[in-house]
Ligand binder design. Structure first.
Ligand SMILES: [Cu+2]
Length: 150
C-alpha cells in the first residue's frame, strides 16, 4: 500500500512535468507558425494589388483600330501588332502573293479569304499568337507572329 502510493506520486510528478514541457514547446512552435503565415500573406496581397492596378492604368484603349496585313510566300508584313486593351480591332488580310489565311486562336479570329476581315475587341492583355491558317506551301509553318495587347 505504501509503495503504491509512492508510485502514484512519482507518476503524477512525471505527468505534470511532461505536460508543462510539452505545453511550452508547442506554444513556441505555434507562435513561429503564426508569424510566418502573416508575413507571407502580406507579401502576396501587396504584389497582386500592385500588378492589377498597373494593368488597369496602362489600359487606355477603347478606340477603333483598323489593321491591314499583307501576306506573301512565306511571311506576314507585320510579325508584331500592338493594340491597346479595350480597342475594337478590325483586321483585313491582303494576299499580296500566294494564298494565305490569318488566325488568332485566342480571339477566335480566322480569315481565310483574300481581303476578308475580322473584328474583335482586344479585351485580353498580353501576347497572343497569330499564324497562317491555310496550308500554303513549304514555308507555311514560319508564318507566325504575335499581337500584343497592352
Ligand atoms: Cu500558310
Amino acid at each position: 500500500m505504501k509503495i503504491n502510493k509512492l508510485l502514484m506520486i512519482a507518476a503524477l510528478a512525471v505527468t505534470v512535468m511532461g505536460t508543462a514541457a510539452g505545453c511550452g514547446s508547442s506554444s513556441d512552435k505555434n507562435n513561429n507558425n503564426a508569424n510566418t503565415g502573416a508575413t507571407n500573406n502580406a507579401g502576396t496581397n501587396a504584389g497582386t494589388n500592385a500588378g492589377t492596378n498597373a494593368g488597369n492604368n496602362a489600359a487606355g484603349g477603347g478606340g477603333s483600330k483598323a489593321i491591314t496585313i499583307k501576306a506573301k510566300n512565306f511571311e506576314f508584313d507585320q510579325p508584331e501588332i500592338r493594340v491597346k486593351q479595350g480597342d475594337k480591332v478590325t483586321i483585313t488580310l491582303n494576299n499580296a502573293e500566294g494564298f494565305h489565311g490569318f488566325a488568332i486562336p485566342d480571339y477566335n479570329v480566322d480569315i481565310k479569304e483574300n481581303n476578308g476581315t475580322a473584328t474583335f475587341t482586344a479585351d485580353k492583355a498580353g501576347e497572343h499568337e497569330f499564324h497562317c491558317s491555310v496550308v500554303c506551301g513549304a514555308g507555311h509553318s514560319k508564318m507566325v507572329g504575335k499581337i500584343i495587347v497592352e
